[in-house]
Design a protein around this ligand. Sequence first.
Ligand SMILES: Cc1ncc(COP(=O)(O)O)c(C=O)c1O
Length: 467
Amino acid sequence: MESREPEWTHERPTGNYCVVYPARGHVIYFTTRVAGVEYPGKLHAMKYSDFGKRLSRHTGARELMDDLGAGMASEHPVMMLGGGNPAHIPEILDRFRSEMHGILDDDREFRRMVADYSEPAGDKGFRAALAELLNREYGWPLGPENIALTTGSQHGFFLLFNLLAGQFSDGSFRRILLPLAPEYIGYKDLGISGDLFVSGRPTIKHLDDRQFKYHVDFSDLRVDDSIAAICASRPTNPTGNVLTDEEVSKLSAIAKRNNVPLILDNAYGVPFPHIIFTEVTPVWDEHIILCMSLSKIGLPALRSGIIIACEEIIDALTGMNAVTSLSVSSVGPVLLKNMVQTGEIIKLSEEVIRPYYQRRVGQALEWVHAALDGCNYHVHKPEGALFLWLWFPDLPISCAELYRRLKKRGVYVVSGDHFFPGLAEDWAHRDQCIRVTYARDSESVRKGMEIIGEEVRLASAGGLQSR
Ligand SMILES: Cc1ncc(COP(=O)(O)O)c(C=O)c1O
């Protein structure tokens, strides 16, 4: 008989589910339900390598993306406030559609888009156009040799983190320092040779209107030989925080002094997609690795990430791209090359994308305040990205339990505890927050917020018994 409870059970939209029994050494059983009858499945006793086990285990990223897929495919109405899908902005989609038509009608461009492998660093025309654009806009001395494209920036981070951190042949293990947790869920499980992150607790500044803002606690920031790089998302997923110029310049100085790169994840930042509501000074330098993406301008399905760095890093990433993918997709780069060359991508970001999200976030905040009226809650000041980060300081249940209860009611959020990669110390705050996207259709956001309010009230009324 099994002596310990299964570690997790994961229901799939298909009706299949699998169970991991730790006492039997992570053996996975599949059971299939057909017409309500359960057929205990075949024992699946595949032996996986350490690398395989690390990457195939149950992770926050997997949970989030499975929820997103299940929610999209569900026949029942689901309020999908969990994923990081960008909004479908009609004006932006129309522009991409007309550009795509132009390419379909142009034999040479069409073939370049779909019929040739690109270089392993990605389409050179696009990289050159982007380097010129950044040079024009910010005066950065970049050429195509400073840019590598990746299969989505998620894969770019996988390559980058494992390039710089992990196990070294001298026996040392070097990690990535995340100066401020909460931080992006997608980093957490990327290390192939162990947990790659060490992170710091932020300071919290309370603001008007139940808002608060995290700041880097520089008094607690230690960089020694065990640190391979410093990394922060700006704007931050999940909180919508934007590190101030002063914080970035201090982090840059610390990185430079310690001879390690500063990785800035600019997935939502300037010059595109510009989902950022404060004024920021964009930075790049030889020791800064700036990561961007085509996802949040509205093209997540094209899986195009961008890494801007010194030539040495780009050369290493190019080799890693060649080994792991041969080359990267040219669909995004060919589609966007003209818009990057002419600077139209910046204009669209400033004039359409940013105002769209600013309007949406203002509306969503009003619904949050209405839904949670009378509850004890705080919301992180939304300065960018697609999310509201809600903090319930004295909720008697954990945010993971709140996530489960909300899911039963068709509201998908992300439990806040997934967003603290590398935070070693216990911190109650970790179990008191949820991430909600406001980029879905308005009715889902409004109704979803209403249900969150109801569940928070129910949990608070039940006190400890509702655990
Ligand atoms: C901060 C941040 N970085 C990176 C990514 C990965 O984006 P993609 O792989 O779609 O380029 C995301 C996606 O949500 C994100 O929020």
